[in-house]
Design a protein around this ligand. Structure first.
Ligand code: SF4
Length: 255
């Protein structure tokens, strides 16, 4: 049974997510996300696009957080759920399933039944940007949402994976604002980078991982094995014990 603290955290995060979906603070991104939702890609012409800020996905008591970059125009901006409905998500969720962090290896729509084990996924910019490139000003405008999410997750949060240099640069100030101590000079991003941030409710293990973008995965810069290794290390640091496809996840084990 949930205790009072549990309930407050869940309701707090639910409230934050609900408020986020109404945000219109970045005029360029509001225009873009809504224009994409109107014009659509031909393959999805019969679908209703989400066309709004995309909230974090995963349990309110997650001990592991994955931070990406921003929603994809025809992925999360269409489906309304992080990394859902695009090639980057195919790679990420497949790897999460392989190490036991996701209940299924694919993510097609917000109502496909996918659940995450002890893990939440979010991004430093919550609206789809043109060419996948938010401006520094948009990144900074969106930071309070990430800070708010980190504060609500802080009591249970023990590890974070940041996908790519943009997310790393965006997340470090957010960790500092949320109560952790970020070393000076700031730690440098790299695949396999690992830094422990003190302060906050408990120390936080921060892991760097190349982004799951097609540019990285198609060229082999980021292989499924590299991604699984980071996920396993971070899950272990977060006190999760995933060692294969999540229970009840059906066929399709580690590859
Ligand atoms: S990017 Fe963030 S701050 Fe800007 S409109 Fe979207 S949710 Fe609001």
């Amino acid at each position: 049974m949930e205790d009072t603290e549990d309930m407050e955290e869940r309701e707090g995060l639910g409230e934050l997510d609900a408020r986020l979906t109404d945000c219109r603070a970045c005029p360029r991104l509001v225009d873009w996300r809504e224009e994409v939702a109107r014009t659509k890609r031909a393959a999805f012409a019969d679908q209703e696009y989400w066309g709004r800020p995309v909230p974090g996905f995963g349990p309110h008591d997650a001990s592991l957080l994955i931070i990406g970059l921003a929603p994809a125009a025809h992925g999360a901006n269409r489906t309304g759920r992080m990394f859902t409905g695009d090639r980057s998500g195919d790679v990420l969720y497949r790897a999460m399933y392989d190490v036991g962090l996701a209940s299924r290896p694919t993510a097609e729509s917000a109502d496909d039944g996918l659940t995450l084990h002890g893990t939440r996924i979010t991004s430093p910019v919550h609206c789809a940007p043109p060419a996948n490139k938010p401006t520094p000003e948009e990144r900074d405008t969106c930071r309070p949402w990430l800070v708010g999410e980190l504060r609500l997750l802080a009591p249970r949060l023990r590890a974070v994976i940041v996908l790519g240099a943009f997310g790393w640069q965006a997340a470090l100030p957010a960790f500092a604002e949320a109560g952790w101590t970020v070393p000076r000079p700031r730690p440098t991003f790299g695949h396999g980078a690992r830094v422990t941030l003190d302060g906050g409710a408990a120390p936080l293990d921060l892991f760097g991982c190349f982004h799951v973008s097609q540019r990285n995965t198609f060229t082999g810069r980021l292989t499924p094995e590299m991604l699984r290794d980071v996920l396993r290390d971070a899950a272990s640091a977060a006190g999760l014990r995933p060692d294969g496809p999540a229970e009840g996840a059906g066929a399709g084990g580690a590859s």
